[in-house]
Write a protein that binds this ligand. Sequence first.
Ligand code: UD1
Ligand code: MG
Length: 450
Amino acid sequence: MTNALVILAAGKGKRMNSDIPKVLHPIAQVPMLVHAMRAGAVLSPERTVIVTGHGAEAVARVAEAEDENASIAVQEEQLGTAHAVAQARAALDGFQGDVVVLYGDTPFLQPDTLQRMIEARTKNDLVILGFEAADPARYGRLVMDGDSLERIVEFKDATDEQRAITFCNSGLLACDAETLFSLIDAVGNDNASGEYYLTDVVEIARDKRLNVTAVACDEAQTLGVNSRADLAAADAVFQEQARSELLDLGVTLMAPDTVYLAADTVIGRDTVIEPNVVFGPGVTVESGATIRAFSHLEGCHVSRGSVVGPYTRLRPGAELAENTKIGNFVEIKNAEIAEGAKVNHLSYIGDASVGAATNIGAGTITCNYDGVMKHKTTIGENVFIGSNTMLVAPVTLGDGAMTATGTVVTKDVEPDALAVARAKQENKPGYARKLFEMLKAKKARRDKGA
Ligand code: UD1
Ligand code: MG
């Protein structure tokens, strides 16, 4: 059976109190919409339609970056969820098969839940995804008759008796495309909100003697985000799950609650993560590495056996080969650090490559930016960079080279050469004592005067 995905993402999300469209707020550093798209992708949909409205252009950009084949349908006015699905009609022109509707603000959907909905669809005309709500709050209530779903009543329109129902509507639905659009055509807006409710298709389908059922999943999967508090709670749920998955995979988290992960963080077995480490998007850490406390990593790759931190910042494009050592207060950006190289203290290595077994002394800076353009620093193998070396890029240091402490390197250094570029030291005998006496006398005169 072929499927198409329709993701509703037009709402403003008033309660987010934000200039950013709700579905672009991130959970574990990935926009909610992208979570929803990834969840839906398990169905290998033939078409994916994102219904946008508020912040349509920004939402479209994110959607297309995730899936270049996604179609964007714009809902100019947010007249309700049924009206939103209706906007996908043109993009689904000629499509035959099932349409699965999901919301851009429910990021925790599990693949098997969608599969179960598709399976239930083989025996029913319309399938709704429901859940037992611990606190049903303002969710739509599912009125069941045995295995059949009678109707969905929105909280605002529900009687006290209906409000007592705890089986709630997640918003997800699966239905044959042609049937769905014919049902939607019959939806009106005569209700407490004056909106075209997608939920009304249930009752309309029943009137047409179609089979309608609800599939249940656990509430965590249908968690909808409507406020910053919901966003924080959703992120916490994500973090909890991701941490326990890592623990199961054989990663040591010394203080799990203090490790913040991104949705795409990959960490290998027997790696140790010390407390208070933040993973931004795009991080891979191989097996047997150690990420020490208070480090911040994004868009980087840490190979087997490397030790990072404490207090290291790895920025996008940091590529650490095996058994490297990156120490405290070191920032690495867009740089390859080859096997066994060490950058142990207080350094900035940006737009650079560092050869195998090279040692970068404390306080080394690659001066990669001239105020207008970025330039590259190339450092060979077995190089020894003395402390407080400034490497003014573009510059190349050959294998086995050395720089004297405090050198400002502005010219290439050939292999095995020593670069020294600093003022010559001169010692003046007895001069320090004289200077101290002079200064003390000056201070005494000033104290007396005051
Ligand atoms: C909806 C359901 C409710 C369910 C709840 C689950 C309806 C009528 N109600 O209520 O039964 O329990 O979700 O979270 O469907 N959207 C558009 N265009 C619109 C309106 C909404 O794209 O014109 C999008 C929103 O961006 C959002 C989704 O549809 O992604 C749901 O809309 P929302 O306003 O959050 O519906 P709820 O009131 O939460
Ligand atoms: Mg909602």
